[in-house]
Design a protein around this ligand. Structure first.
Ligand code: NDP
Length: 243
């Protein structure tokens, strides 16, 4: 069997990242799985033969970079980086702690910039490679009580398109997945209970049917599976009944 290239997934301990890990693992790709709660990654139903797990906070460029260097020394150059790690702390900015905005902007925007900056040079040299950044429908549409989250995801959209244009001539693909609401751990970190209630009421307007994280993982894989000469720049994916 041909040796498969290295895939790096941030935020692999739950939600979309965990589903991506399962999907790529089932096809035998070497994986570097990153997150802060590595115990949760170790509990995933994976074949761990060629899986490296590292405790990395994506806001920490040095440890993020070191983890990728260690994995590449064993598995070869990163062929796909999925910058998936993110947080959503809903709230009205007149009442919300600025610490929460900071956490979202640091994780959702700086984390993505960190990831791209680590792998881009080698990808350009190799004239191949793919980066998929996890944005959101909230990356191009506003929602009440989402100001800082929306700001972070609009940021992901802007940075992704900028880098795509910068590296296109090097045959490196930069792409976005922008999902709608899905059942993951994402909402559980919001401290503003009124915002949680409103979010759940909004989900009820779509018959309570949100995206299955598996389908988001499949969208990521669909982008990656295209030939290197084809860049699906963005996939917006939401439950059919989402407005
Ligand atoms: P989860 O909360 O289930 O997963 C988020 C992941 O990000 C976890 O694995 C978490 O791991 C990781 N993470 C958070 N902060 C950091 C950090 N500082 N460093 C490293 N890892 C971190 O949510 P989802 O799977 O839903 O979210 C994945 C992505 O999808 C996020 O970017 C989110 O904004 C986006 N998204 C989600 C939607 C939804 O409705 N669920 C809709 C649209 C977009 P750990 O805590 O172990 O570090």
């Amino acid at each position: 069997m041909t040796k498969q290239p290295l895939i790096v997934i941030t935020g692999a301990s739950s939600g979309f990242g965990a589903e991506m890990a399962k999907l790529f693992n089932a096809e035998g790709f070497p994986l570097l799985l990153l997150g802060r709660r590595i115990d949760k990654i170790k509990e995933l139903p994976l074949n761990f033969d060629n899986v490296m797990i590292k405790q990395v906070d994506v806001t920490d460029l040095a440890s993020f970079s070191m983890a990728i260097t260690e994995a590449e020394a064993i598995y070869g150059q990163t062929d796909l980086l999925v910058n998936n790690a993110g947080v959503m702390l809903l709230g009205n900015i007149e009442k919300q702690s600025p610490k929460e905005w900071e956490t979202m902007l640091n994780t959702n925007v700086l984390g993505v910039l960190n990831g791209m900056s680590i792998v881009l040079e080698n990808m350009k040299q190799a004239h191949r490679g793919t980066i998929i950044n996890m944005s959101s429908i909230a990356g191009f549409k506003a929602f009440t009580n989402h100001a800082a989250y929306v700001a972070s995801k609009f940021g992901v959209h802007g940075a992704t398109e900028t880098i795509r244009q910068e590296v296109a001539a090097h045959n490196v693909r930069i792409s976005l997945v922008a999902p709608g609401a899905a059942e993951t751990e994402l909402l559980s970190h919001t401290t503003d209970q009124e915002a949680v209630t409103n979010y759940n009421a909004w989900k009820d307007t779509m018959g309570g049917i949100t995206l299955d994280p598996v389908h988001v993982a499949q969208a990521v894989k669909f982008i990656y599976d295209m030939p290197q000469a084809v860049n699906i720049r963005e996939i917006d994916i939401a439950a059919t009944q989402q407005d």
